[in-house]
Design a protein. Structure first.
Length: 432
């Protein structure tokens, strides 16, 4: 942060001091999910520094609050502390900020010219559908920064050595099983699949995708919201659970995956001890730095299921910004976000740092070429078909039942019974 000349640096929000700005500068207060030193924190700090140099009448005061920034924001709201911008994943901003009436509606701002322009509209800086993907029926309250999908991340050279060259889209479940079998035979000392089972929302990825593929997205969502819980007892969901158990029973996951603590398996993948794993498109930036220089990675969409009702769907989400109505500088806050998403300003800073952004004309980092191909032809859905954003249900029902199932402690039938039984209990205590 830069503060007014002659001021003293004190308090929670301070991240640094420099002189030279006007004493009547407008101060935008920005609370971020990142900690100092993280790759995206460094990029955003560069944005702030450049923005302030171009706009000496505005300072941006950054609080690098960490992943529990939205919890800290609740205390700020109660204390009447002004905060103008917050960032986090779109699902968390939706539930903690937008749904609680704390976000500024941005539709009128999006009709304004983008940063440094005198004509056109800011909304035209974004790729088609990217703003709409995170909007609500009431309008646009979030600005996506980097956007991600999930899929099967794989060691390109290892699969090629086994005669496997996945297409980014269109892989079928039967093809996938054949590929896993080929990998197991070609490299018996390498695990075809990997998992760090210490993270519940990693564990539920497999069943979520399989359930959506087999039953369809609407049926999946309806089952989760069935007040009787009985929707989970449809044969399609048991089929999905049995398909996952089949992978486990065949030993495709690495030995001891149940006790693997994040990011242990990811390190195994970077060291060519695991061939592929299901995860989000932050993987190139998260795992890439620890991989050898000659390690080649790519991603393909979660396989389609023959006769499935939810094929060609892909999770799509974003780390996003929201402008808060508890702040005092909405116009200046929006100006900073317009700078941060301008293709030749903040957008370029993000792509130069290797992050995928939903901005028109932005360069695609090579590790994300597969993501672009998938988004070009697949229909997007929310994380875990929308359940990721329903934190209470996920904790009290979905993950409660899925964790012991993914760890192999319960059978598919027991898992489905748990979802139905615990779902009924949850909705009885929390009527819709």
């Amino acid at each position: 942060m830069k503060v007014m000349a002659g001021a003293v640096c004190v308090g929670l929000l301070l991240s640094g001091c420099s002189a030279g700005q006007s004493s009547d500068a407008t101060k935008v207060v920005y609370w971020s999910e990142f900690n100092k030193g993280e790759p995206l924190q460094l990029v955003i700090q560069e944005m702030i520094d450049t923005f302030e140099s171009e706009n000496p009448d505005i300072t941006v005061e950054a609080n690098w609050a960490g992943r529990d920034v939205l919890t800290k924001l609740q205390a700020a709201v109660q204390a009447g502390t002004p905060v103008d911008i917050v960032d986090q994943s779109n699902d968390r901003i939706l539930t903690a900020v937008v749904d609680n009436g704390l976000a500024v509606k941005l539709d009128d701002y999006l009709q304004e010219p983008s940063y440094g322009k005198s004509s056109g509209a800011w909304l035209d800086d974004f790729t088609p559908g990217s703003l709409e993907a995170f909007a609500t029926s009431d309008g646009t309250f979030m600005i996506p920064r980097e956007s991600y999908i999930s899929g099967l991340w794989y060691n390109v050279d290892m699969l090629a050595d086994a005669g496997i060259e996945p297409s980014a889209t269109g892989t079928t479940w039967d093809q996938f099983l054949d590929d896993l079998d080929a990998l197991a035979k070609k490299n018996p000392d390498v695990s075809p699949l990997g998992a760090d089972a210490s993270i519940d929302f990693y564990n539920n990825w497999w069943f979520s995708y399989l359930a959506v593929r087999v039953a369809g997205l609407e049926a999946f969502q309806n089952a989760a919201h069935d007040p009787t819980g009985e929707g989970w007892r449809q044969p399609a969901f048991l089929q999905a659970a049995q398909m996952l158990r089949d992978l486990q029973d065949k030993g495709y996951f690495q030995d001891g995956y149940q006790g693997s603590v994040y990011p242990a398996m990811q390190s195994q993948w970077a060291n060519s001890e695991v061939a592929m794993f299901l995860n989000g498109a932050w993987i190139p930036n998260e795992v890439g730095p620890q991989a050898p220089d000659d390690f080649h990675m790519d991603v393909f969409a979660f396989p389609n299921v023959d006769g499935g009702l939810g094929n060609d769907l892909v999770e799509y989400w974003s780390n996003a910004w929201a402008v808060l109505n508890i702040g005092e500088q909405s116009d200046a806050a929006v100006k900073f976000l317009q700078f941060a998403t301008a293709p030749d300003k903040g957008g370029k800073m993000l792509t130069d740092a290797g992050f995928p952004v939903p901005i028109q004309g932005a360069a695609t980092p090579p590790e994300f070429a597969g993501q672009d191909k998938i988004l070009a032809s697949y229909t997007t859905m929310e994380q875990r078909g929308g359940l990721q954003g329903e934190a209470a249900y996920s904790t009290d029902v979905y993950n409660l039942c899925n964790d012991p199932f993914f760890l192999g402690d319960t059978a598919p039938e027991e898992f489905i019974d748990c979802l139905a039984t615990e779902g009924a209990k949850y909705w009885s205590a929390n009527p819709q």
